[in-house]
Ligand binder design. Structure first.
Ligand SMILES: [Zn+2]
Ligand SMILES: [Zn+2]
Length: 341
């Protein structure tokens, strides 16, 4: 099959022919129909943990093309949206039905051991995959993972309708946060962003205050000027060193700061500045099968729609160039790969 392969820090990805991963008895093989290029892939590709030979890709959907000998819930031809994990099915956690806490859980697309979906075929655990209704197309389904990241962050942040929210960064995750805040009835939803194309999309995705970060270095001040109150919650959706401290510096006393950006290198901040300002720092991570099921239902009912996030659809051959371009995004929002284009 065709796949896009990481070669090492500072090197461009390459397109290669390689063998498909072997199918375990409790796994299904998925023909990938759409896969998102994620900011986490870009960040990860700049770290020492990233190993040559890795095939990225964890935001995807497709069609079942083969099933393991013990698989009971799936048939060839089923439409599927998998979580990017595979559990062993045998450990204490798996036997207790807690398969995402499996002691041997494999995470797709972050090591050479488990091929991600920048490829034509992947294998996933049968219990880590969800049936995709006919009404939800593969492109929207590939956006379920970033929506789930936002959904989990909203849950961990304990959002109430009377919260006032400021999102730093209108990348795909910042934009999904705006979608969820609107969905849950929050009145003031602000996004601060430098990229004008992303800022323009923010209002379509749910933000009602769009702050051009080229014009102010203190979006909390601008938020307060426009609404008469400071944000009660700040979502950091940028993930670069220094951003957490800058949120702490801007925040009013008692603010919750949610680090959704998941910076993958060392970062520093002054814990005492959180203590003094009674700031609660929250680090959300991951999502559940139930989150995916909820999001599929909401998309299927037309109550949320990630389609405006999709700015480009590229072939596997086009991935190496666009992956580099995304390090300094211009008109890109969510770039999807169609491995059969
Ligand atoms: Zn992702
Ligand atoms: Zn297990």
């Amino acid at each position: 099959m065709k796949a896009v392969v990481f070669q090492g820090v500072g090197q461009t990805l390459t397109v290669e022919e390689r063998a498909e991963d072997e199918l375990a008895t409790n796994q299904i093989k998925v023909q990938v129909k759409a896969c998102g290029i994620c900011g986490s892939d870009l960040h990860f590709s700049e770290t020492k943990s990233a190993k040559p030979g890795t095939v990225f890709g964890h935001e995807f959907a497709g069609v079942v093309s083969a099933v393991g000998s013990e698989v009971s819930r799936w048939q060839v031809g089923d439409r599927v949206v998998p979580l990017p994990h595979s559990s062993c099915g045998k450990c204490t956690m798996c036997l207790a039905g807690e398969n995402l806490r499996c002691e041997n859980l494999q995470n797709m697309g972050f090591s050479p051991a488990y091929t991600g979906a920048y490829s034509q075929f992947v294998v996933v655990g049968e219990n880590e995959a969800i049936h995709l209704p006919d009404n939800v197309d593969f492109n929207r389904a590939a956006a379920i993972e970033p929506l789930a990241v936002g959904y989990e962050a909203i849950a961990k942040a304990r959002i109430q309708m009377d919260d006032a929210a400021l999102i730093i960064g209108a990348g795909p995750i910042g934009l999904t946060l705006a979608t969820w805040l609107k969905h849950f009835g929050v009145t003031h939803i602000a996004i601060s962003e430098r990229n004008e194309k992303r800022l323009a999309l923010a209002s379509q995705m749910g933000a009602n205050i769009c702050i051009n970060a080229n014009k102010t270095d203190n979006p909390v001040e601008e938020f307060t000027r426009q609404t008469g109150r400071a944000p009660s919650i700040i979502f950091e959706a940028v993930g670069i060193p220094g951003i957490i401290q800058s949120c702490i510096n801007m925040a009013e006393v008692g603010t919750r700061i949610v680090a959704v950006g998941a910076c993958q290198t060392a970062d520093t901040f002054y814990p005492v500045s959180c203590s003094v300002k009674k700031i609660e720092l929250i680090f959300p991570f991951s999502y559940s099968l139930a989150d995916y099921e909820t999001i599929i239902t909401l998309i299927n009912q037309g109550r949320i729609d990630p389609e405006p996030l999709i700015s480009h659809i590229v072939s596997l051959d086009e991935v190496p160039d666009i992956f580099e371009a995304l390090r300094n995004p211009k008109d890109h929002i969510k770039v999807l790969i169609d491995p059969w284009k």
